[in-house]
Design a protein around this ligand. Structure first.
Ligand code: IMP
Length: 428
């Protein structure tokens, strides 16, 4: 009865969507356990490109069930739009997409608060989807859960209460009556659309596990955007690390048998905050263009950096990563030498562990080692042994230094452009 967690080992956008799409063929159920429609999972399936935000990437694999767990925040409007858009492209969700009754609901005022705070100079660089304010309500115990949203009287009472609580801030944007109107505009239609998908997904998943079925747990964002272990406060408001999977899906931690960490062959970050190995200039622009490094959700250009082993070691520790998938190795082709950060220097001292303090995270300097680069088109390679020797050496160096097996190497966007070194061991 194994559950495999697929975690982003960096700052998100590592290519988890593609990896989940590859592994979903072997899963009975794909489960999102945190975040919301701030995520952007680009998946190429059957020659078509899909940008998924809220719905698990397993929706593109016909046999898999898909779960939006209790740990998510869900905008009913985005949900309807995403499901409808998939439906138009021939991807059916009815009967195989399940939404937790305990997930929290993003309402228009959460989005307003997110925008108000970003425009007010808070400077986190959020996706402006209302994610943070919705999780704030959850922790403050005033949140609206899906089960509350489905009960019109409960929903109305909670909205009125919450608008009163948030009145001082919200009325800087619009009169409260106008906000209330926006919350209830289309309510009956949105509720009617959402209702058939909702159930107690913890019970559903327990039944799957009891029958020995395989769960693939899909994180959004990445370890360094984790609310507890990321570069706080420049983080998202949930826990992408593997521990979040048990809480955010309502499964037992003991069901988790393997944790696959997904890392790019280099590093990217969107939004603001520390990024020790960030590079600038021509090299950054080159990798940004070759790797199409623009946000799936917001279109923002991603910041680019070298691979950071200090940061990856932290991710491996906090998520208990058991194997790695390295993505976008093809993007590095033609880069020589390739730099890899092996430690930091802070206040004249060598630092091996990712620091907790925001100041240290901002001021630490990377210590690099050069690894010889490789050249040539590797997108058509399907066996590890067929990669250029220096490309193999790069992967093996990462493996050796992190003491983790690299089970999967991705050399292109589509599912076919993947090298499996040890597919079976991934599931643990
Ligand atoms: P929020 O999740 O919208 O509150 O944004 C908080 C931080 O997480 C910002 O730096 C965002 O850019 C970042 N973020 C949120 N979702 C993603 C993602 O899917 N990929 C990469 N960064 C993300």
């Amino acid at each position: 009865m194994p559950a495999l967690v697929v975690v982003g080992a960096q700052w998100g956008d590592e290519g988890k969507g593609k990896i989940v799409h590859c592994l979903a063929e072997e899963a009975d159920c794909v489960v999102r356990y945190q975040g919301g429609n701030n995520a952007g999972h680009t998946v190429v399936s059957g020659g078509k490109t899909f940008a998924l935000h809220l719905i698990p990437s397993g929706i593109l694999v016909r046999r898999a069930h898909n779960v939006i767990g209790n740990g998510l925040v869900l905008s009913p409007r985005s949900f309807m739009e995403e499901v409808s858009a998939l439906n138009k492209r021939g991807i059916r969700s009815k009967g195989r997409l399940h939404v937790s009754l305990m997930a929290h609901v993003i309402l228009p005022y959460h989005i307003m608060l997110d925008i108000l705070r970003e425009d007010g100079g808070r400077g986190l660089g959020t996706t402006r989807r209302g994610i943070g304010p919705c999780y704030e309500d959850k922790v403050a115990r005033i949140g609206v859960r899906v089960c509350d949203y489905l009960e019109p009287d409960t929903f109305k009472a909670l909205v009125d209460q919450n608008l009163r609580i948030r009145a001082a801030e919200l009325s800087r944007m619009k009169p409260l009556s106008a906000i209330r109107e926006e919350v209830f505009a289309d309510y009956a239609r949105l509720r009617g659309f959402l209702a058939p998908f909702c159930r107690d997904t913890s019970v559903f998943l327990a039944e799957h596990l009891a029958k020995g079925r395989r769960l693939l747990m899909e994180s959004a964002q990445g370890a360094m955007l984790d609310l507890d272990f990321g570069t706080y406060p420049f983080v998202t408001s949930s826990n992408p690390i593997a521990g979040g999977a048990a809480v955010g899906a309502g499964i037992a931690p003991s069901a988790i048998r393997g944790v696959l960490g997904v890392t790019k062959a280099y590093t990217t970050r969107v939004g603001l905050g520390p990024f020790p190995t960030e590079m600038e200039g021509r090299m950054a622009s080159r990798l940004r263009e070759i790797g199409h490094e623009y946000g799936t959700t917001t279109g923002r250009p991603r910041r680019i950096g070298w691979l950071d082993l200090v940061q990856l070691r932290a991710a491996a520790r906090t998520s208990g990563i058991t194997s790695l998938a390295i993505t976008k190795l093809d993007t590095l082709s033609g880069t020589d030498p390739i730099k890899v950060c092996v430690a930091y220097r802070y206040k004249g001292k060598r630092v091996e562990e990712f620091p907790a303090s925001r100041r240290a995270q901002m001021e630490c300097e990377p210590i690099y080692e050069n690894i010889p680069g490789f050249a040539g088109d590797i997108q058509s390679v399907r066996r590890f042994a067929d990669l250029p020797v220096r490309a193999r050496r790069y992967v093996l160096e990462v493996e050796k230094r992190l003491k983790l097996p690299v089970a999967i190497v991705s050399v292109g966007k589509s599912r076919e452009e993947t090298i499996y070194r040890d597919r079976r061991s991934v599931w643990g």
